[in-house]
Structures are given as structure tokens and as C-alpha cells.
Design a protein. Structure first.
Length: 317
């Protein structure tokens, strides 16, 4: 391979930062001889990121019975139509092979295949990216053109050659978290709005049963994952279960600095002589959240506090 500065040099026309036609001369050096002059053009940036074309609309009724215009198809100005995954402006869409018809569906998300690639298509025809649950199966659509990743491992979850996540504790937790979030909140809402929705869901007594028997092995490095998985699948647990599940939900929403603090608070459940009992709380971005205290009714409103309002003898982070 030739190296610039050793085997050849480039000489450009001046002023080439502006739109216009310019020349570049390639001159061979060292062991090589000869030169060649080439022409290139710098075009004016129009600011458009989509091919010239227009949307075709149709009128449909919304859930309230009101008429509204919705996107039906797209046609380029050259008379051609998009097929499969296509980027229009800054948004990726999926088009059927029928005169640019948008792949709309009554489902919130469905799977579409184009050649060897799979895509997650929203009900309005837009492509979804990231982790998605479709027909109770987990996929990650962070591949080329928002296609499904196949035959790789991402976030400690193995994705098979068909794109589905292989069975694992991590996959079960993610499936449960995504499914719950799509049920109780708007995934396009802010992180704080989604987190509040999770808190409100978890403190509602009809959603869970309290169990004093489920004490995790805190020496196990994955105890928060296994405890969250158990809480999500059995809908029963204690303070460790509540704290671990809330932490898992926060991670899925997009929070990065999420921890579970284990310690002891005033209580008689353990029968300890010092009047303290085991407890666990969730800490997100340095702020305290205690879903179990509110659920059990012994303290309420510990949500996003800069300091834990009760005496808390911390023994493990």
C-alpha cells in the first residue's frame, strides 16, 4: 500500500473550501515516478437529507372518532418508490414493495424481513431501534439500517443467528422490564416520567404480594439480577426484591448510575437486640428511592431524596 508523504504527494487548487470545481495533482515520489491531475466538485449543501419526493396521505379515524391525515406511501420525484428500510429526512421507515406503501399495522410493533435482515416496525411504519420485545421474543435492532443484530453478544445477552435472544436470566429481566414499561407508560416520555410511572406501579398493593422468605445471597455478584428476575416473574418478594426490581427498571429506562444499598433500619422483623432489621433501598444518581417502604405502609414518599430520611445502617452497596 502506498503511503502519503513517502510514495506520493497531493497538490490542490486554492480556495477549495467553497463550492466549485477544483483540481488535485497526484505526484509519485521515491521509488515511483509520474503524476496525474484529477478534477473534483464541491457541491452546495442544501440541508436536505432525503431524496426529493413527497408523501401520499389518506384520511383515517383516530380512537376518538376524529378524522386525521396519516402517511400512506412515499414517491420520489423521479417516479420511483422506496422499498424496505429507507431513510426519509432523519427518520427510518419500512416500505412494502407496492408503490411505496408504508408498512403500517394495528400492532404497536411487528417484525418485517427483507432479504437476510429483520426489522422492528412501529404501527405508523417507522423503524424502531434498540431492544424490542416482539411476540414475547427479545431482539436488538442496533444493526445496519436499524436491523436486528444476529450471532453476537450485547449487554451480556447472546443473540442467536436468527436474531432472537437466547434464554438467560438477563434476557428474562429485560423482556419483563420492556413489557411492563410499554404497559404502564409512554416509552417516548422523559426518563423521569417513566421512572415515576414505575414507582407508582410498584407501590400499588394489588400488583405484588409481600414475602418475608425471599432473602438473597448477598455474596453472589448477580444477586440483584436474580432477585429482580424472581420479583418480575412471581410478583412477590420483600425489600430486596422491590429494590432490585426498581433498579432493573431504572436501567432499562436509561439511567446509568443505579445501585442497591443494603443495610438495617429500625424494625423488629429480625428480632435483633439492637432494634434494627435488614433492609434494601435503590439509589439512582445519588438519590434514594424506597418502593417497599411505601408498599408496606411503614413510610411513604421516599422518592428521589438526596438523603435517606430514616436511620440507615449501611452494610453493603
Amino acid at each position: 500500500m502506498l503511503e502519503k508523504g513517502t510514495d506520493y504527494s497531493l497538490t490542490y487548487d486554492p480556495g477549495r473550501k467553497k463550492p466549485g470545481t477544483y483540481h488535485v495533482t497526484i505526484s509519485l515520489t521515491g521509488r515511483y515516478k509520474g503524476s496525474k491531475k484529477l478534477t473534483f466538485t464541491i457541491c452546495q449543501n442544501t440541508g436536505k437529507t432525503k431524496k426529493a419526493g413527497k408523501w401520499i396521505y389518506e384520511t383515517k379515524k383516530d380512537k376518538n372518532g376524529n378524522q386525521k391525515k396519516v402517511k400512506k406511501a412515499y414517491r420520489f420525484n423521479n417516479g420511483r418508490y422506496p422499498v424496505g428500510a429507507t431513510k426519509i429526512g432523519k427518520t427510518w421507515y419500512y416500505f412494502k414493495g407496492q408503490k411505496g406503501k408504508l408498512d403500517r399495522s394495528k400492532k404497536d410493533c411487528h417484525l418485517a424481513e427483507s432479504g437476510s435482515r429483520q426489522f422492528a416496525v412501529a404501527s405508523d411504519g417507522r423503524l424502531k431501534s434498540g431492544w424490542q420485545v416482539i411476540d414475547k421474543k427479545l431482539y436488538c435492532f442496533d444493526g445496519k439500517y436499524h436491523s436486528a443484530i444476529c450471532g453476537e453478544t450485547k449487554d451480556k445477552i447472546r443473540l442467536t443467528e436468527s436474531g432472537e435472544a437466547a434464554p438467560s436470566m438477563e434476557a428474562t429481566v429485560k423482556i419483563s422490564a420492556i413489557t411492563l414499561l410499554e404497559t404502564i407508560t409512554d416509552r417516548d416520555a422523559s426518563k423521569s416520567t417513566q421512572l415515576k410511572a414505575v414507582y407508582s406501579y410498584m407501590i400499588t398493593r394489588s400488583h405484588f404480594q409481600y414475602s418475608t422468605a425471599k432473602y438473597p445471597d448477598l455474596s453472589n455478584a448477580k444477586w440483584t439480577h436474580s432477585t429482580a428476575c424472581d420479583m418480575m416473574t412471581t410478583h412477590s418478594g420483600n425489600c430486596y426484591s422491590f429494590a432490585a426490581m426498581f433498579a432493573a427498571m431504572a436501567h432499562e429506562i436509561g439511567y446509568q448510575d443505579v445501585k442497591v444499598y443494603c443495610g438495617r433500619v429500625h424494625g423488629s422483623r429480625d428480632g435483633a437486640g439492637d432494634g434494627f432489621t435488614r433492609h434494601a433501598v435503590t439509589v439512582i444518581d445519588g438519590r434514594y428511592y424506597d418502593t417497599e417502604a411505601h408498599f408496606a405502609g411503614w413510610d411513604r414518599g421516599i422518592y428521589g431524596l438526596s438523603a435517606y430520611p430514616l436511620t440507615f445502617k449501611q452494610v453493603k452497596k
